[in-house]
Design a protein around this ligand. Structure first.
Ligand code: G3I
Length: 306
């Protein structure tokens, strides 16, 4: 808590504002966790990001069943109206739709074959943004995704499908304000090419969208041998990435996905053994001490705001 108070001017719930927590059974809401975090943010003069209203994961079983059986549009729009309405004026930006793109699913538009797409077709995305805007006209509405930061097998397709989808939304007058780059950086398998990244972000900017960095961390399990080397590479990767993003001058906030290595999702059983190490993906170490990555973020921001 002290580290968050010291380091953060904006926070996001890693878990507590997802649908399976907020609506565990149809029509039964549990806002306790999110209320607590929103209250903490405001008490400490921090902003609060809402993550996320529509996602293919973290849905309660009843909703998955309903969407697969007899989908009701209310299951999408009424939920958004209720949740965004409750926090109107207290949540400054919402990840309205998360991870709607996946070219590996083979569709020509590159959209993910999710339960939402199967239930409502491609219009679920527009429906979600219109519902969120109606519930809080002043909230910044974000499309959030990953896999567009680096060079890898599906990188180009992910970026082009993202631009195509966002351009279509803008052309239809959908109320979308920003592209959220999760930024789970992976210098080993998905290295950053500054030109490729800058071109992609310029296309986003040319659509009149802001760019938010929403879940920054650096996978480093496979990098280097010593802790020092891993931290050096993680810092270099972070600076390389942020220097490009901030050069576009349309980024309002940078959030990491967790603050200390101690609580990173990358520690969890599924990830760590696969990568064979104790991850150090975040700006603070287990003792909340600032690491090279923290200084890389600070330098990147300082240069930009000079
Ligand atoms: O807190 C409960 C605990 O009470 C229970 O005993 C335990 C049993 O499974 O579950 C615990 O909740 C877990 C929660 O993390 C808190 O640790 C959930 O199972 C687990 O599914 C949940 O995982 C989160 C995941 O999203 C799914 O919601 C991760 O923390 C979170 O880091 C991850 O975040 C995602 C972003 O939302 C989207 N971008 C990718 C990112 C990483 O996958």
């Amino acid at each position: 808590m002290e580290a968050v108070r010291r380091e953060c001017s904006c926070i996001v719930a890693e878990y507590q504002s997802k649908r399976h927590v907020l609506e565990p059974s149809r029509g039964m809401f549990d806002f306790e966790g999110m209320d607590r975090l929103v209250a903490f943010a405001h008490k400490n003069k921090m902003k609060f990001r809402g993550h996320t209203l529509v996602w293919h994961a973290a849905n309660p079983a009843w909703l998955v069943a309903e969407l697969n059986d007899v989908p009701k549009e209310g299951g999408l729009t009424e939920y958004i109206a209720k949740v965004v309405g409750r926090y109107r004026g207290r949540v400054h930006s919402w990840d309205v739709v998360n991870e709607a793109i996946n070219p590996a699913d083979g569709r020509s538009d590159g959209l993910r074959e999710s339960i939402w797409l199967k239930a409502f077709g491609t219009s679920y995305i527009d429906m979600a943004f219109h519902a969120a805007h109606e519930a809080d006209p002043n909230a910044s509405l974000v499309y959030n995704d990953y896999n567009t930061e680096g060079v890898w097998k599906y990188g180009d397709a992910w970026r082009s499908s993202t631009i195509e989808m966002l351009a279509g939304m803008k052309a239809r007058g959908v109320p979308i304000h920003a592209y959220g780059m999760q930024a789970h950086l992976d210098p080993n398998d998905r290295p950053i090419d500054p030109k490729v990244l800058a071109n992609f972000l310029q296309e986003i900017k040319d659509l009149g969208l802001r760019i938010q960095v929403t879940e920054l961390d650096v996978r480093d399990f496979k990098l280097g041998r010593s802790v020092e080397e891993k931290n050096r590479i993680a810092a270099e990767t972070t600076k390389l990435f942020l220097d490009v993003v901030l050069s576009l001058s349309v980024t309002d906030e940078i959030l990491t996905w967790g603050l200390s290595d101690k609580y990173s999702w990358l520690n969890d059983s599924k990830n760590a053994p696969f990568y064979g190490g104790i991850p150090s993906p975040l700006p603070l170490d287990w003792k909340m001490v600032r690491k090279p990555m923290w200084y890389a973020i600070a330098k990147s921001i300082a240069v930009k705001t000079k």
